[in-house]
Design a protein around this ligand. Structure first.
Ligand code: HEM
Ligand code: HEM
Length: 181
Protein backbone atom coordinates (compact mmCIF):
# COMPACT_ATOMS: atom_id res chain seq x y z
CA UNK A 1 0.00 0.00 0.00
CA UNK A 2 1.33 3.45 -0.94
CA UNK A 3 0.49 6.08 1.70
CA UNK A 4 3.12 8.68 0.72
CA UNK A 5 2.53 12.31 1.69
CA UNK A 6 -1.01 11.85 2.97
CA UNK A 7 0.25 9.75 5.92
CA UNK A 8 -0.90 11.19 9.26
CA UNK A 9 2.13 12.60 11.05
CA UNK A 10 3.38 13.31 14.51
CA UNK A 11 3.14 17.08 15.10
CA UNK A 12 6.22 19.26 14.62
CA UNK A 13 7.07 19.42 18.36
CA UNK A 14 6.94 15.62 18.71
CA UNK A 15 9.06 15.22 15.56
CA UNK A 16 11.66 17.77 16.70
CA UNK A 17 11.92 16.17 20.14
CA UNK A 18 12.22 12.70 18.54
CA UNK A 19 15.07 13.59 16.19
CA UNK A 20 16.92 15.79 18.68
CA UNK A 21 16.88 13.08 21.35
CA UNK A 22 17.88 10.40 18.81
CA UNK A 23 20.86 12.54 17.72
CA UNK A 24 21.97 13.28 21.29
CA UNK A 25 21.68 9.60 22.29
CA UNK A 26 23.91 8.48 19.42
CA UNK A 27 26.45 11.27 20.08
CA UNK A 28 26.52 10.48 23.79
CA UNK A 29 26.93 6.76 23.19
CA UNK A 30 30.03 7.52 21.11
CA UNK A 31 31.31 9.98 23.74
CA UNK A 32 30.80 7.29 26.41
CA UNK A 33 32.69 4.65 24.43
CA UNK A 34 35.57 7.06 23.73
CA UNK A 35 35.70 8.54 27.23
CA UNK A 36 39.36 7.55 27.64
CA UNK A 37 40.41 8.52 24.12
CA UNK A 38 41.35 12.22 24.60
CA UNK A 39 44.48 13.20 26.57
CA UNK A 40 44.07 12.69 30.31
CA UNK A 41 43.82 16.43 31.04
CA UNK A 42 40.62 16.57 28.94
CA UNK A 43 38.95 13.74 30.86
CA UNK A 44 37.02 15.90 33.39
CA UNK A 45 35.60 18.21 30.67
CA UNK A 46 34.86 15.32 28.31
CA UNK A 47 33.10 13.36 31.06
CA UNK A 48 31.17 16.47 32.11
CA UNK A 49 30.04 16.98 28.48
CA UNK A 50 28.88 13.34 28.49
CA UNK A 51 26.93 13.95 31.70
CA UNK A 52 25.32 17.17 30.42
CA UNK A 53 24.31 15.64 27.08
CA UNK A 54 22.90 12.65 28.98
CA UNK A 55 20.90 14.89 31.29
CA UNK A 56 19.58 16.75 28.23
CA UNK A 57 18.35 13.37 26.92
CA UNK A 58 16.58 12.84 30.24
CA UNK A 59 14.89 16.27 30.05
CA UNK A 60 13.91 15.68 26.42
CA UNK A 61 12.39 12.31 27.34
CA UNK A 62 10.32 14.01 30.07
CA UNK A 63 9.28 16.76 27.64
CA UNK A 64 8.31 14.13 25.06
CA UNK A 65 6.17 12.19 27.50
CA UNK A 66 4.54 15.40 28.74
CA UNK A 67 3.78 16.47 25.18
CA UNK A 68 2.63 13.00 24.19
CA UNK A 69 0.15 12.88 27.11
CA UNK A 70 -1.75 15.81 25.52
CA UNK A 71 -1.01 15.08 21.87
CA UNK A 72 -1.69 11.42 21.07
CA UNK A 73 0.24 9.63 18.33
CA UNK A 74 -1.43 9.72 14.92
CA UNK A 75 -3.75 6.77 14.34
CA UNK A 76 -2.00 3.62 13.11
CA UNK A 77 -2.93 2.44 9.61
CA UNK A 78 -6.24 0.51 9.93
CA UNK A 79 -4.65 -2.69 8.61
CA UNK A 80 -2.28 -2.87 11.61
CA UNK A 81 -3.26 -6.01 13.57
CA UNK A 82 -3.88 -5.88 17.32
CA UNK A 83 -0.76 -7.96 18.03
CA UNK A 84 1.38 -5.48 16.05
CA UNK A 85 -0.23 -2.55 17.85
CA UNK A 86 0.74 -4.20 21.12
CA UNK A 87 4.31 -4.88 19.90
CA UNK A 88 4.68 -1.24 18.81
CA UNK A 89 3.41 0.01 22.18
CA UNK A 90 5.79 -2.27 24.06
CA UNK A 91 8.74 -1.31 21.83
CA UNK A 92 8.10 2.43 22.11
CA UNK A 93 7.44 2.06 25.85
CA UNK A 94 10.78 0.30 26.30
CA UNK A 95 12.55 3.07 24.36
CA UNK A 96 11.00 5.70 26.63
CA UNK A 97 11.91 3.66 29.70
CA UNK A 98 15.55 3.36 28.61
CA UNK A 99 15.75 7.07 27.75
CA UNK A 100 15.04 7.68 31.43
CA UNK A 101 16.96 4.73 32.85
CA UNK A 102 20.30 5.18 31.06
CA UNK A 103 20.94 8.78 32.24
CA UNK A 104 19.61 8.07 35.75
CA UNK A 105 21.75 4.95 36.10
CA UNK A 106 24.67 7.13 34.86
CA UNK A 107 24.55 9.01 38.17
CA UNK A 108 25.85 5.89 39.93
CA UNK A 109 29.21 5.56 38.10
CA UNK A 110 29.59 9.34 38.34
CA UNK A 111 29.02 9.62 42.07
CA UNK A 112 30.97 6.47 42.97
CA UNK A 113 33.91 8.24 41.28
CA UNK A 114 33.28 11.09 43.76
CA UNK A 115 32.60 13.40 40.80
CA UNK A 116 29.84 15.98 40.67
CA UNK A 117 28.18 17.86 37.81
CA UNK A 118 29.48 21.18 36.49
CA UNK A 119 26.51 23.16 35.17
CA UNK A 120 28.60 26.25 34.35
CA UNK A 121 26.83 28.70 36.67
CA UNK A 122 26.94 26.30 39.60
CA UNK A 123 28.14 22.84 40.54
CA UNK A 124 26.36 19.87 42.04
CA UNK A 125 28.77 18.05 44.32
CA UNK A 126 28.83 14.27 44.48
CA UNK A 127 26.90 13.03 47.53
CA UNK A 128 29.46 10.18 47.78
CA UNK A 129 33.16 10.10 48.35
CA UNK A 130 35.09 8.14 45.73
CA UNK A 131 34.16 4.49 46.35
CA UNK A 132 36.63 2.52 44.29
CA UNK A 133 35.04 -0.91 44.77
CA UNK A 134 31.71 0.27 43.22
CA UNK A 135 33.10 2.05 40.19
CA UNK A 136 33.49 -1.07 38.01
CA UNK A 137 30.05 -2.54 38.70
CA UNK A 138 28.12 0.72 38.36
CA UNK A 139 29.91 1.62 35.13
CA UNK A 140 29.16 -1.84 33.75
CA UNK A 141 25.44 -1.60 34.58
CA UNK A 142 25.29 1.82 32.93
CA UNK A 143 27.11 0.47 29.89
CA UNK A 144 24.74 -2.52 29.54
CA UNK A 145 21.72 -0.21 29.79
CA UNK A 146 23.26 2.09 27.13
CA UNK A 147 23.86 -0.88 24.80
CA UNK A 148 20.26 -2.03 25.35
CA UNK A 149 19.00 1.44 24.37
CA UNK A 150 21.18 1.56 21.25
CA UNK A 151 20.28 -2.01 20.22
CA UNK A 152 16.57 -1.35 20.64
CA UNK A 153 16.83 1.97 18.80
CA UNK A 154 18.72 0.25 15.96
CA UNK A 155 15.98 -2.41 15.68
CA UNK A 156 13.36 0.34 15.80
CA UNK A 157 15.12 2.33 13.04
CA UNK A 158 15.54 -0.84 10.93
CA UNK A 159 11.80 -1.58 11.31
CA UNK A 160 10.93 2.00 10.24
CA UNK A 161 13.21 1.73 7.19
CA UNK A 162 11.84 -1.73 6.31
CA UNK A 163 8.28 -0.38 6.45
CA UNK A 164 9.19 2.65 4.38
CA UNK A 165 11.27 1.03 1.65
CA UNK A 166 10.20 -2.66 1.56
CA UNK A 167 6.54 -2.51 2.57
CA UNK A 168 6.17 1.04 1.23
CA UNK A 169 3.47 1.88 3.76
CA UNK A 170 4.75 5.37 4.61
CA UNK A 171 5.54 4.69 8.29
CA UNK A 172 8.76 6.75 8.21
CA UNK A 173 6.80 9.76 6.93
CA UNK A 174 4.89 9.81 10.21
CA UNK A 175 8.07 11.19 11.79
CA UNK A 176 9.05 13.43 8.85
CA UNK A 177 8.25 17.11 8.12
CA UNK A 178 5.15 17.84 6.08
CA UNK A 179 5.85 18.45 2.40
CA UNK A 180 5.68 22.10 1.30
CA UNK A 181 2.38 23.02 -0.31
C1 HEM B 1 21.88 8.99 26.58
C2 HEM B 1 22.52 8.95 27.70
C3 HEM B 1 23.81 8.20 27.92
C4 HEM B 1 24.42 7.21 27.17
C5 HEM B 1 23.95 6.62 25.83
C6 HEM B 1 25.61 6.81 27.89
C7 HEM B 1 26.51 5.85 27.45
C8 HEM B 1 27.70 5.53 28.08
C9 HEM B 1 28.64 4.56 27.61
C10 HEM B 1 28.50 3.71 26.36
C11 HEM B 1 29.69 4.57 28.47
C12 HEM B 1 30.96 3.71 28.38
C13 HEM B 1 30.94 2.62 29.40
C14 HEM B 1 32.20 1.77 29.34
O1 HEM B 1 32.70 1.53 28.24
O2 HEM B 1 32.65 1.33 30.38
C15 HEM B 1 29.40 5.52 29.51
C16 HEM B 1 30.24 5.80 30.57
C17 HEM B 1 29.89 6.64 31.59
N1 HEM B 1 28.76 7.39 31.71
FE1 HEM B 1 27.24 7.47 30.39
N2 HEM B 1 25.69 7.55 29.04
C18 HEM B 1 24.62 8.40 29.10
C19 HEM B 1 24.32 9.30 30.10
C20 HEM B 1 25.08 9.49 31.24
C21 HEM B 1 24.74 10.38 32.34
C22 HEM B 1 23.51 11.30 32.40
C23 HEM B 1 25.72 10.25 33.28
C24 HEM B 1 25.86 10.92 34.62
C25 HEM B 1 24.88 11.52 35.27
C26 HEM B 1 26.69 9.29 32.76
C27 HEM B 1 27.85 8.91 33.42
C28 HEM B 1 28.80 8.07 32.91
C29 HEM B 1 30.04 7.75 33.60
C30 HEM B 1 30.50 8.31 34.96
C31 HEM B 1 30.73 6.85 32.77
C32 HEM B 1 32.09 6.20 33.06
C33 HEM B 1 33.18 7.07 32.50
C34 HEM B 1 34.55 6.41 32.63
O3 HEM B 1 34.68 5.21 32.30
O4 HEM B 1 35.48 7.10 33.04
N3 HEM B 1 26.26 8.85 31.52
N4 HEM B 1 28.18 6.10 29.24
C1 HEM C 1 18.17 6.65 19.65
C2 HEM C 1 17.37 6.64 18.61
C3 HEM C 1 15.84 6.63 18.67
C4 HEM C 1 14.97 6.59 19.72
C5 HEM C 1 15.32 6.55 21.21
C6 HEM C 1 13.62 6.59 19.18
C7 HEM C 1 12.46 6.55 19.94
C8 HEM C 1 11.18 6.58 19.43
C9 HEM C 1 9.97 6.54 20.21
C10 HEM C 1 9.92 6.46 21.75
C11 HEM C 1 8.92 6.63 19.36
C12 HEM C 1 7.44 6.64 19.74
C13 HEM C 1 7.00 8.07 19.84
C14 HEM C 1 5.64 8.22 20.47
O1 HEM C 1 4.70 7.55 20.03
O2 HEM C 1 5.53 9.02 21.41
C15 HEM C 1 9.45 6.69 18.02
C16 HEM C 1 8.70 6.77 16.87
C17 HEM C 1 9.22 6.68 15.60
N1 HEM C 1 10.56 6.63 15.26
FE1 HEM C 1 12.11 6.64 16.52
N2 HEM C 1 13.69 6.63 17.81
C18 HEM C 1 15.03 6.66 17.46
C19 HEM C 1 15.56 6.69 16.18
C20 HEM C 1 14.81 6.57 15.03
C21 HEM C 1 15.35 6.45 13.70
C22 HEM C 1 16.86 6.43 13.37
C23 HEM C 1 14.29 6.34 12.85
C24 HEM C 1 14.28 6.18 11.35
C25 HEM C 1 15.19 5.59 10.63
C26 HEM C 1 13.08 6.44 13.65
C27 HEM C 1 11.80 6.42 13.15
C28 HEM C 1 10.66 6.52 13.88
C29 HEM C 1 9.31 6.52 13.31
C30 HEM C 1 8.96 6.41 11.83
C31 HEM C 1 8.42 6.62 14.39
C32 HEM C 1 6.89 6.61 14.31
C33 HEM C 1 6.47 5.15 14.38
C34 HEM C 1 4.98 4.98 14.39
O3 HEM C 1 4.26 5.87 13.97
O4 HEM C 1 4.53 3.91 14.83
N3 HEM C 1 13.44 6.55 14.97
N4 HEM C 1 10.83 6.67 18.10
Amino acid sequence: MQVSSIAPRYDSIARSLHWLSALLIVINFVVGLTIDAPPKSFYPAYLNAHVLIGLAVLLLAAARLGWRARHPAPAAPPETGSLWRLAIRVGHGALYLLMFAVPLIGLAPLFTRGRGIDLGLFQIASPLARTKEWIGTTTEIHEIAAWALIALAAGHAAAALYHQYALKDGVLLRMMPEPRA
